[in-house]
Ligand binder design. Sequence first.
Ligand code: SF4
Length: 414
Amino acid sequence: MKKLVSIVRVDESGIEAAVRKAIDLAGGLKEIITADSRVLVKPNLCWPGPSGTGSITDYRVTEAVTKIVLELGPKSVIIGEGSSAGWDFDSSHSTEEAFRVSGTADVARRLGVELRNLNRDTFEEVTLSEPYVMKKVRIARTAFESDVIISVPVLKTHLRTLVTLSLKNMKGVMPGAEKRKTHRLGLDKAIADLNSVVKPSYVVVDALAGMQGLWEYPQDRFELGLIMAGADPIAVDTAGTCLMGFDATQVMHLQYFAARQGTKADLSQVAVVGESVEANKQSLRSGFDVFKGRYPGVYIVEGESVCTGCIGELLGALQAVKKFGHDHVLTDLTVILGTPSPNEIAARAKTVVLGKCAKNVARFGTYVKGCPPMSDDMIRAICGVSSFDGDSVVASRNQDRQRRWQETRFLLKH
Ligand code: SF4
């Protein structure tokens, strides 16, 4: 039987009305939430970004979903998230900042609901009987003990997994170190394993605005003005993938998880109600497409097993060099990462080799150790092969970050 997914356009009635309509059209929550239910509402607050940027779940969608859940009188409701790998580590920013900056902390206060930082939860270790890559997975106890998990992702592309929707959103229930491990093991298979343990019970997608390409604001932000809902995460993610203009066969975690569930991630298996996918389809650009256009002078040799750890740090480093360095640094530059075979590599003058995975080809250029290497070290190496002062780029980048954080804190206080 086809799985139901609703797509609703936000009109003058507002976001809450659109969320209500989307949930109603997709079968409602009454069958799922009872008086005994402990409910976790899980937005995507991967970093401390403001609502409306398209990079995190808009607080207005989280608020509408939480209100609808509360009206059903469950035993308990928690809004929970653990921001990206690295957040909440000593000296990093925290999930609490993501709650505050996004407006989600105010939602919890207004509705009298507990807000929980899942990165600081206690954890339950679960053993998987037939894993793809993760024999054991640690899960925040809050998620583990919830009877109902409502995944509320924002619709956007992703540099490593092509898209990020409800299945990838579940990464927030893992501790930070475990999140990093998924990158090493293979993100798509790890997401499939994770969802075998904590699958969302229902999905409401914030498709008001999203991000494509390299998630640079504002140029990579796009507007859709839609809300999606459905009880089957595979069906919702399939429809969301198609809305972005990609084919579900390109999204490997969706394919792996569907295979595990004995089903298919295929739009022909989805009954879409409300707006149609075809009429609202975008042609979004993947991270690598945008990357190649913005950095035409950088040649990437990307071997197998390369993960978001190295890619994310590299992008941060290249953005800093572009902003605070000199054009000649990013001309005829070769970057090697992952585990390429030495036969794939031609010796070039300006080459940097990044990360533990690429250690066996370190001889081809300036090697930067780490897993992932620090982006400051990448900046120094990239500038160094062009005889440019990398320390000055690092200093300018750090000053700029400091200034932007002071501005953000000022805006939060006033
Ligand atoms: S070295 Fe880089 S690509 Fe390899 S696992 Fe570490 S972060 Fe990922």
